[in-house]
Design a protein around this ligand. Sequence first.
Ligand code: PMP
Length: 300
Amino acid sequence: MLQKSDPRNDTIKIYIDGQIVPRENAKVSVFDSVVQGGDAVWEGLRVYNGRVFGLQEHLDRLFDSAHIMRFTGIPARENVRAAIRKTLETNDMHDGVHIRLTLTRGKKITSGMDPRLNQAGCCLIVLAEHKPPVYPESISLRTSSIRRNSPMSVDSKIHHNNLINNILAKIEANDAGADAGLMLDKDGFVSEANGVNVFVIRRGEVRTPYADYCLPGITRAKVLALCAEHNIPCREARISVSEFYVADEVFTTGTMGELTRVHAVDGRDIINKHEISVLDSVKTIFREATEREGVRIEDL
Ligand code: PMP
């Protein structure tokens, strides 16, 4: 699965460091921390029908990540909201939109690793694109040899731009002809796929790995909450790859692709031994939530 460019995005305008500019002029300095060390934090958000879905949760995670990274000169929450509003209004975007929100540690006075070289404050980027959910109806996964980071190295709770770990897993998946790499923790239990969280359903129960090694995804949290609300058995658990092979249904969650069915893991077809699909029900209640929830663009 390879995303295609959308001609509607050829003329979009992008918010960068306080200015709205055409995409060809939206550039960061070579002295910016994101260029020098992947030293930035980010969020992916979606706009449904004039509303930004999960705004509070995404901004909370962005500010938490920036605080953990000890950024200085972090913009106020209302300024980030205003930047998102300005970007969406300038581009006349209301629906089927994905926003890549990036906050870098900002420009350095000279190249180097030391954050004390960053004396200009953070750089905020709001990149909004026309982008309906990117995954096809179903995808395949391939277990990766690359382990997901643990709190022993870089804590997966930080949503940072240093994505090399995940990119290496994606390369392996590409080489194996799979859509995404399934990443394990240091003990061999599943943590997540390279850019999405993962769930299994077996005998009517929905399970997802603890967020020890995976990003605690906003969509993942939403699915857990919606299942609880609708009395669908659902819990966090340690789950092995074998349990994925024999699950009735497997799915991934993420802002980019929403909820996506997995039809095969490591060449094993995922076979539903039950007549009903719990995933179809979860997808329906998630879609309903996207239709009614979210912060209206004019209220940003
Ligand atoms: N895992 C990883 C590694 C990700 O990069 C993402 C997307 N940001 C997710 C999971 C899904 O998270 P969310 O539901 O918050 O989009």
